[in-house]
Design a protein around this ligand. Structure first.
Ligand SMILES: CSCCC(=O)C(=O)COP(=O)(O)O
Ligand SMILES: [Mg+2]
Length: 225
C-alpha cells in the first residue's frame, strides 16, 4: 500500500520547457545584477565563496561567468541551485514568474492529499525554489498539499543513498513510498533504495521503456504497484 509519494518537479509535475525556457533564462539574465546587489549579504557571500573554492574563481566577475556556464549546462550544483532560488524569489514576487504545474498533477496531488497520502517533493531545484514554484501557480498556492521537501542537500538524484536518506526522514518502509520522475537514472536509484517507481512521459521525454511502470500524466499513475 502506498502511503507517501515523492515527486520530482521538472518533467514530472511541471514542464521541461518551463524550467529550460523560462526559469533558467530568467536566472541567467538577473544573476550579474543580483550578485552586484547582494554579493556581500552573508548568505549570498557564502554561496559565492563555495563556487570560488570549487573552481578557483578569484573575483565576482569570474564567479558570475562560472555560474552562467553552469546554468547553460544545467549543472545541478547546490550553490547554483540555491542562488537561483533567491533570484527567482524576486521574479515571483514581482509577478514576472508564475510556476507551471500540469492540471493533471494538481488534480491528483489534491486527490492523494485528500486520501491521506503524504506528499513530498524531491528536486535538484532548492527547497526555496520548490516552495516558490508551488506557491505561485495559476491554480493558487499548492504548498499546503506537501508534507516536506528535499533537494540536493540530501544528495544527488541519481544516487540510491539520497533516497535512503529521504526514507529515513519519512519513517515509512521504502516499499510504501512511490517516487515519480521523468528520468530513468533517478528511478533506478530510487528502486535500488527500495522505493516503488513510476516514470512520467511528459513532452520531450524519451518514451522507450527503461524498466519502470510508465504513465503519460498523473491521472495514469497507479498506486497498485
Ligand atoms: C524546483 S525549481 C526549478 C527546477 C530546477 O532548478 C531544476 O534543476 C529541476 O530539476 P528536477 O530535479 O526537478 O528535474
Ligand atoms: Mg525531472
Amino acid at each position: 500500500m502506498i502511503r507517501a509519494i515523492v515527486t520530482d518537479v521538472e518533467g514530472t509535475t511541471s514542464s521541461l520547457a518551463f524550467v529550460k525556457d523560462t526559469l533558467f533564462p530568467y536566472a541567467a539574465s538577473a544573476l550579474p545584477a543580483f550578485v552586484r546587489a547582494h554579493g556581500d549579504d552573508a548568505e549570498v557571500a557564502a554561496l559565492l565563496a563555495e563556487v570560488a573554492a570549487e573552481t578557483g574563481a578569484r573575483d565576482h566577475a569570474a564567479v558570475i561567468d562560472t555560474l552562467l556556464g553552469w546554468i547553460r549546462e544545467d549543472r545541478k550544483a547546490t550553490p547554483l541551485k540555491t542562488l537561483q532560488g533567491l533570484i527567482w524569489a524576486e521574479g515571483y514576487a514581482s509577478g514576472r514568474l508564475r510556476g507551471h504545474v500540469y492540471a493533471d498533477a494538481v488534480r491528483q496531488l489534491r486527490a492523494w492529499h485528500a486520501a491521506g497520502i503524504r506528499l513530498y517533493v524531491y528536486s535538484s531545484g532548492s527547497v526555496k525554489a520548490q516552495k516558490l514554484l508551488f506557491a505561485h501557480t495559476p491554480f493558487g498556492d499548492l504548498t499546503p498539499l506537501f508534507d516536506g521537501h528535499f533537494d540536493t542537500r540530501i544528495g544527488g538524484k541519481r544516487e540510491a543513498a539520497s533516497y535512503r536518506g529521504i526514507i529515513a526522514g519519512l519513517g515509512l518502509p521504502a516499499d510504501e513510498v512511490l517516487f515519480l520522475s521523468d528520468v530513468c537514472a533517478e528511478l533506478d536509484a530510487a528502486r535500488e533504495a527500495g522505493l516503488r517507481t513510476c516514470q512520467l512521459l511528459r513532452e520531450g521525454v524519451d518514451p522507450k521503456p527503461c524498466g519502470h511502470p510508465q504513465a503519460a500524466d498523473f491521472d495514469g499513475v497507479s498506486l497498485d504497484v
